[in-house]
Design a protein around this ligand. Structure first.
Ligand code: ADE
Length: 224
């Protein structure tokens, strides 16, 4: 069982995805659990403010320490073992290897619980890093917040947990551990679509021939 507590101002942007398709199935099967903490609830003053202008000047607003620490501490008060992940463009680049480590780690223990702190807009007070365990970048581009990175991390971890996708799972983990993902062209019905025909060999029932054809036509996509 893996649990994610997502600290965000925009629960409504994240929740529909987690209630759909495989993430929902993982929840239904008791393999994953998703929880939300509304950062606004820990905001300061009558306006429940969570950000402020930067010292030294400059554009935009930064996430303040107090609401963030209070939100994280409220989760840790119930589960002290929780680790905190911060999506940030200056973090370590997210890879299949990291997804596997998070998924595998959760398989070793009865429960793993991660907090994903979603910053928004221009950034965060640097002192927030003192309460963060993993800084993760999803790519060399800048997004408006941590919500999309949170979903991508969660999806890529949860799909690897045995039982989420089904039988092919362990084989898939093996092929990823080689560092390569074998991708070959695949076809389903109809055999002939507007003159584009399914390769004869795939209809032959000859498993040896099919395996050789697939090997020959696979592009090796490096997924490390
Ligand atoms: N927040 C904004 N841009 C990001 C990125 N590329 N990866 C992770 N978090 C981000």
């Amino acid at each position: 069982m893996i649990k994610f507590t997502i600290i965000t101002l925009f629960q409504e942007a994240i929740e529909p995805y987690l209630k759909s398709s495989m993430m929902w199935k993982a929840t239904e099967k008791g393999l994953a659990e998703f929880d939300f903490v509304n950062l606004r609830e820990f905001g300061l003053g009558p306006h429940k403010s969570v950000d402020d202008t930067p010292y030294g000047g400059g554009d935009g607003m930064l996430l303040r320490c107090e609401p963030v620490f209070a939100a994280i501490e409220s989760v840790k008060a119930k589960d002290p073992d929780t680790k905190v992940i911060l999506p940030t463009p200056v973090g370590e680049l997210w890879t299949q290897k990291m997804a596997r480590e998070f998924a595998f780690h959760s398989g070793l223990r009865p429960a793993s619980h991660y907090i994903i702190l979603c910053p928004h807009y221009e950034g965060y007070d640097e002192r927030i890093l003192s309460i963060v365990d993993y800084k993760v970048s999803l790519g060399k581009y800048v997004l408006t917040g941590g919500e999309l990175p949170a979903l991508i991390m969660i999806d890529s971890i949860v799909r690897l947990i045995p039982g989420v996708l089904g039988g092919e799972q362990s084989a898939e983990i093996e092929s990823f551990s080689e560092g390569d993902n074998l991708e070959y062209p695949q076809y389903t019905r109809p055999e002939d679509f507007r003159g584009m025909k399914v390769p004869e060999v795939l209809l032959s029932g000859n498993h040896g021939e099919i395996a050789r054809w697939r090997e020959k036509h696979s592009g090796r996509v490096e997924i490390k």
